[in-house]
Design a protein around this ligand. Structure first.
Ligand code: PMP
Length: 400
């Protein structure tokens, strides 16, 4: 039946790692994948995660029963608190429906499916550019995807004017996807003042904010600072969706731990929303996995472990920030033509270098450096050892 099935292309992001793995060169560097690496280039399991896992393993009361459709109750409460703030009025007033989902992607998908089924507007505006999976997730959820201007290649900064104009002309009630912090792939975020203007515009037009929070704490090193955009939209009493991922900030990538929170106007609405989320989830995967959510709940509910986590999280964020500095210094030393100040200014895991597709192909061919074709490099995959090699490659790419 499938003899003539077509070969599908590799995923544009995960495919970079496939190509990297095939390259026998000893000097190869993988700056494609969005996963943290240590200075030695190794994946990192946080100490606090190891500790939590030990506690779980040694607790004989832990069994492997199914979780409810909505996931681990403690995990959901603590996750809402983490993103919305411990003193959030929405939480105190019980107007938040939170469900545990399969990491950030699963949370976006469940939110998208819920909207397609229950919201009067099917159009979702996503930034241009955005994480490559966004348009696919929302299209397959049954929404119609449109773009709003976000990045200005001329300034390598935010296209604020274009963003405001595009959201200003969006149909009333449209859904708007916002990266809570550390916009992927550009590393460009609105300032707090700009966020506030975006908020006012969206509220005045009744646009529905859908926050994607994949990097809380990972961008600035502060969990609170990285959630300010979301909390601003909670403080005005309005509705919003928030998809959270613990992949980066707890290093739980493969455990697939995340949460979708829907902030409603009233407690009874949140209750009914939750009942409908169950109908979305049950036929998709029945209920979510228990292990990763138990790790997160163990850490978030213990003051001591929570503090240990924030220290380890900040160390990851700081290492990334120091890689920005080292790369920018290395280009300055080489006298590489062009303005590279955006390497320092951009935020989060990635630098959107501004290198074009040919330059990227050149760097891969001649220097065995792997990255997505849009010129995005993962700063978390760099180390003091590999920075000079990358700087040489960039220098050669822009001068030859
Ligand atoms: N949103 C954005 C912006 C991301 O960068 C990512 C991870 N690359 C995700 C969502 C989802 O990741 P995960 O499903 O692994 O949590």
């Amino acid at each position: 039946a499938f003899a003539n099935i077509a070969q599908a292309p590799e995923d544009p992001i995960l495919g970079v790692t496939v190509a990297y793995n095939k390259d026998p060169s000893p000097i190869k560097v993988n700056l494609g994948v969005g996963a943290y690496r240590t200075e030695e280039g190794k994946p990192l399991v946080l100490n606090v995660v190891r500790r939590a896992e030990q506690l779980l393993i040694n607790d004989p009361s832990r069994v492997k029963e199914y979780l409810p459709i909505t996931g681990l109750a403690d995990f959901n409460k603590l996750s809402a608190k983490l993103i919305l703030g411990a003193d959030s009025p929405a939480i105190q007033e019980n107007r938040v429906a939170t469900v545990q989902c399969l990491s950030g992607t699963g949370s976006l998908r469940v939110g998208g499916e819920f909207l397609a089924r229950h919201y009067h507007q099917r159009t979702i505006y996503i930034p241009q550019p955005t994480w490559g999976n966004h348009p696919k997730v929302f299209t397959l959820a049954g929404l119609s995807v449109k773009y709003y201007r976000y990045y200005d290649p001329a300034t390598r900064g935010l296209h604020f004017h274009g963003l405001m104009e595009d959201l200003g002309s969006a149909p009333s009630g449209a859904i708007v996807l916002l990266h809570a912090c550390a916009h992927n792939p550009t590393g460009v975020d609105p300032t707090l003042d700009q966020w506030n203007q975006i908020r006012q515009l969206m509220r005045s037009k009744g646009l529905l904010p859908f926050f994607d929070s994949a990097y809380q704490g990972f961008a600035s090193g502060s969990l609170d600072a990285d959630a300010e955009s979301v909390r601003m939209f909670v403080a005005d009493g309005g509705e919003l969706f928030a998809a959270q991922s613990y992949a980066k900030n707890m290093g739980l990538y493969g455990e697939r731990v995340g949460a979708l929170s829907i902030v409603c106007k009233a407690a009874d609405v949140a209750k009914r929303v939750e009942s409908q989320l169950k109908l979305v989830i049950r036929p998709m995967y029945s209920n979510p996995p228990i292990h990763g959510a138990s790790i997160v709940a163990t850490i978030l509910k213990d003051r001591d472990m929570y503090n240990e986590w924030t220290i380890e999280l900040k160390a990851m964020a700081d290492r990334i920030i120091s890689m920005r500095k080292e790369l920018s210094d290395a280009l300055r030393v080489r006298g590489t033509p062009g303005d590279w100040s955006h390497i320092i200014k951009q935020i989060g895991m990635f630098t959107f270098t501004g290198l074009n597709q040919e330059q990227v192909a050149f760097m891969t061919k001649e220097y065995h450096i792997y990255m997505t074709s849009d010129g995005r490099i993962s700063m978390a995959g760099l180390s003091s050892r590999t920075v000079p090699h990358l700087a040489d490659a960039i220098h050669a790419a822009v001068t030859t």
